[in-house]
Design a protein around this ligand. Sequence first.
Ligand code: ADP
Length: 345
Amino acid sequence: MPSNNNFSPYKFSLLSSIYIALGAYFVINYNDLSISIESVLVSFIIFVLSFLILQLRVRKLFFERIRQIYKDLEFETDSLIKTSVIDSDINSFSKDLEEFVKLKRTEIETLKKEDIYRKEFVGNVAHELKTPLFSVQGYISNLLDGAMDDKELLKKYLKRAEKSVERLTYIIKDLDLITQLESSTLKLEVTSFDIVKLANEIIEDLEISASERNIKIIFNKIYDTNILVEADRNRIEQVMINLITNSINYGSEKGTTEISFESIEEKLIVKVNDNGEGISEEDMPRLFQRFFRVDISRSRSQGGSGLGLAIVKHIIDAHNENIYVQSTVGIGSEFSFSLKKSKVL
Ligand code: ADP
């Protein structure tokens, strides 16, 4: 409710007309202060006329200017309601303006944050691409400078250049995915599928890279029945690939990656355990940040883009589910996430 001391064109015209009519009354009765019907009538007519003229003028001036301000500020909604309010109540107008200023401030803050994020992101991307790109350039230069005449060197440098190009490809693929996830252009295609079957397929695909480090990928027990979950199968596949790949990259040589499923009410918890180097308490809060690595050289030598866990977090968030980490340095880590179980009909 607007307070009584609001300025409005109506109040202004009424008060001014009263003062004008009173002034006129005293001027007419300057010599004789006794009340006469004629002077009251004349003052009343002056009051009515000045009220009408003022009301028209003030309303026009007030209304038109404020409407112009609203137009300039691009108030998009409820324009009819707002113009009728501003016509009678300046407080509503200043409240609208306050809200508008607040909104603009929040928008500016968001834009500033986005700008910082963009600069940081571009800087990180450039940094990530620089290393493999420079190494490809180095090998090509060496070959052109004469190394290509030596068959053994030729093969060695080409292989190394190929590895760097592979790394560039990983980084670009992950960057592409994280950009899609962060700009929320990615729509989830939720279906009901068997998570045990998916895990088996992933284990088969990752077996070679696991065997290179003598790591076994196993289940904690035999899962001989389907476990149906509701989620985007391709995205969850990406989550599991990233978590299992990390368990191989940061797990101990000759170690084990163990996959397990635990049912808690309507949720299924998918766990990936390793007995690797572990993560310190201090590093935990930054684990899911883009480009964060505990051991930069180890991550790079394993072909990591530093985006794997950021991608995992985005996908799990998009499903409105949770991801958890438990880790002890020197003992190992457990990454787990929840999924919605399919309702059994
Ligand atoms: P990267 O491409 O470097 O593997 P991630 O986002 O997947 O990027 O992981 C970020 C960092 O978290 C890694 O560089 C590594 O230091 C740490 N990390 C991830 N998973 C594990 C794990 N299972 N055990 C130990 N450290 C891990």
